[in-house]
Design a protein around this ligand. Structure first.
Ligand SMILES: [Zn+2]
Ligand SMILES: [Zn+2]
Length: 279
C-alpha cells in the first residue's frame, strides 16, 4: 500500500455563482468528519470582461474580479480557525483561455502571494459565436461546439490541443500546480456522438511526457461520477498509474460545489493507486 495524504485538492465555496451559499465551515467540517488532513479551496478565478458573447452565462461561471480580496480573506480566516485539525490551503482554479493566456498570467502575477495551490483548467473552446463553455449543457455543446467543428473527432482534437497549451502555461505557475479534470470533454459523452477511445488514448498518452517534463500534476477529479451523462471520474485508472510511474504528482479532487460532495469518489482514487482489481 502506498501512503497517500488524505487531501481533497479541488473544492468550491459560496463565491462560486453556480454553487450553493453554504458556509465554508460546513465543507471543512465534512472533510474533518471523513478523516481528511489537507484541503485546498480552489475557487474559479474571474474571467475577462466580455469573454463570452452570452454575458448572462458568463456571470454564472466565476466570481467577479472585485470579489477576489474578500475570497482570500475568507479562506485565510478559515485556515486559522481549522489549524491543528485540517491543513487548509488557499487555492484558485484558474482557466486556460484559448487565445488569451496573458490574462491568466496577469491574474497569477496579481495573486501569487496569496495562492498556495493552483488548478489550471480548460472550460472554454472557440465555437459558434465566440467562446463556448464545454461543460454547460449537452444542447449547448452540440450547438456551440459540435455544430462548429463538424465532428466529435475534431472537437476532441481541439480540446487536447488546448490542454497541451494549458500545460505550457502551467509551467509558469509558482509552487504547487496541476491540470484540472483532464477528461472534462467526456462530461456529456453519454448524450453526444461517441468519442473514439483510440484517439483519446493517443492524446492522453502524448500529455504524459509533457506533464513530467513541466512538473505539472494531475487533478484526479471525480466530479464526473456525479454527472449522469458521464458516470465516471475525469481521469482513468490507467492514466493515474502512468502518472505514478513517471513521477507526475497526482492529487484527488472532489470538485465539491456543495458540502456533501467533499471527499466523494475518494475510494476510486485510493483503489487506483493501490491497484485494486475492482478497477
Ligand atoms: Zn464550478
Ligand atoms: Zn473546473
Amino acid at each position: 500500500m502506498i501512503h497517500i495524504p488524505k487531501w481533497d485538492g479541488h473544492t468550491h465555496t459560496a463565491f462560486c455563482p453556480h454553487g450553493t451559499s453554504a458556509e465554508l465551515g460546513r465543507y471543512l467540517d465534512r472533510a474533518v468528519e471523513l478523516g481528511f488532513t489537507r484541503y485546498t479551496v480552489s475557487e474559479h478565478s474571474p474571467l475577462p470582461t466580455n469573454w463570452m458573447e452570452n454575458a448572462e452565462l458568463q456571470s454564472e461561471m466565476a466570481m467577479d474580479a472585485t470579489e477576489l480580496p474578500a475570497y482570500f480573506t475568507y479562506v485565510a480566516e478559515h485556515k486559522r480557525k481549522y489549524e491543528g485539525r485540517l491543513e487548509v490551503w488557499t487555492g484558485l482554479e484558474i482557466d486556460y483561455l484559448p487565445g488569451k493566456p496573458e490574462y491568466t498570467l496577469e491574474l497569477v502575477e496579481q495573486c501569487h502571494r496569496e495562492v498556495e495551490d493552483w488548478v489550471i483548467s480548460l472550460h472554454f473552446l472557440p465555437g459558434n459565436k465566440g467562446m463556448r463553455c464545454l461543460d454547460y449543457t449537452p444542447q449547448d455543446f452540440e450547438e456551440g461546439l459540435l455544430g462548429y467543428y463538424g465532428s466529435m473527432e475534431k472537437v476532441v482534437d481541439e480540446y487536447y490541443n488546448q490542454i497541451e497549451q494549458a500545460i505550457s502555461l502551467a509551467v509558469k505557475l509558482p509552487g504547487s500546480r496541476r491540470l484540472g479534470h483532464v477528461n472534462l470533454i467526456e462530461k456529456f459523452s453519454k448524450s453526444l456522438p461517441p468519442i473514439d477511445p483510440d484517439q483519446q488514448e493517443k492524446r492522453l498518452m502524448a500529455l504524459l511526457p509533457k506533464l513530467a517534463e513541466a512538473k505539472v500534476g494531475i487533478d484526479v477529479n471525480t466530479a464526473g461520477l456525479r454527472v449522469p451523462t458521464c458516470g465516471k471520474p475525469y481521469v482513468p485508472v490507467w492514466f493515474i498509474n502512468r502518472c505514478l510511474e513517471m513521477g507526475i504528482p497526482i492529487v484527488f479532487g472532489s470538485d465539491a460545489h456543495r458540502p456533501e460532495h467533499v471527499g466523494e469518489g475518494w475510494s476510486y482514487y485510493e483503489d487506483a493507486i493501490n491497484g485494486s482489481p475492482a478497477n
